[in-house]
Design a protein around this ligand. Structure first.
Ligand code: THU
Length: 135
């Protein structure tokens, strides 16, 4: 596989983070994914006064890609202003697993520190539609 150039994804995630709607937590998250044909889609968290209606940055990035007819992420960046790299929440891990078995995920904190992980590391023993569709 060709070595992935993370920097355009990092730029897109920073741009998305600027548009985060996070008036309740003030915790702005930016995400960006790249699809198999090289297109990049950003996402930001979108909070709500009814807190449980909040949607995370990772999921809005996936929705953004789907809106553009693309459902095949091959890598994702997630960044925040936190003092350590923040990993996607459990719901986002499961939603990512709907569209890929395993992808590299680069986590970046507010100081620019990076931690490279992967969906299979974050979500081993995935549950998917294949587990029940032929049951
Ligand atoms: N958040 C994300 O956007 N991604 C995650 O993986 C973890 C949490 C957002 C949701 C909420 O707007 C804020 O961070 C605090 O939980």
């Amino acid at each position: 596989m060709v070595k992935l150039d993370w920097e355009p994804l990092v730029v897109a995630a920073h741009a998305a983070q600027k548009n985060a709607y996070a008036p309740y937590s003030d915790f702005k998250v930016g995400a960006a994914l790249i699809t198999a044909n090289g297109d990049i889609f950003g996402g930001c968290n979108v909070e709500n006064a009814s807190y449980s209606a909040t949607v995370c940055a990772e999921r809005t990035a996936i929705g953004n890609a789907l809106v553009h007819g693309q459902n095949n992420p091959i890598a994702m960046v997630v960044l925040t202003d936190a003092d350590h790299p923040i990993a996607p929440c459990g719901t986002c891990r499961q939603v990512l697993a709907e569209f890929c078995d395993d992808i590299p995920i680069l986590l970046i904190d507010g100081e620019g520190r990076r931690r490279l992980t992967s969906l299979s590391e974050l979500l081993p023993l995935q549950f998917s539609g294949e587990d029940f569709q032929d049951a």
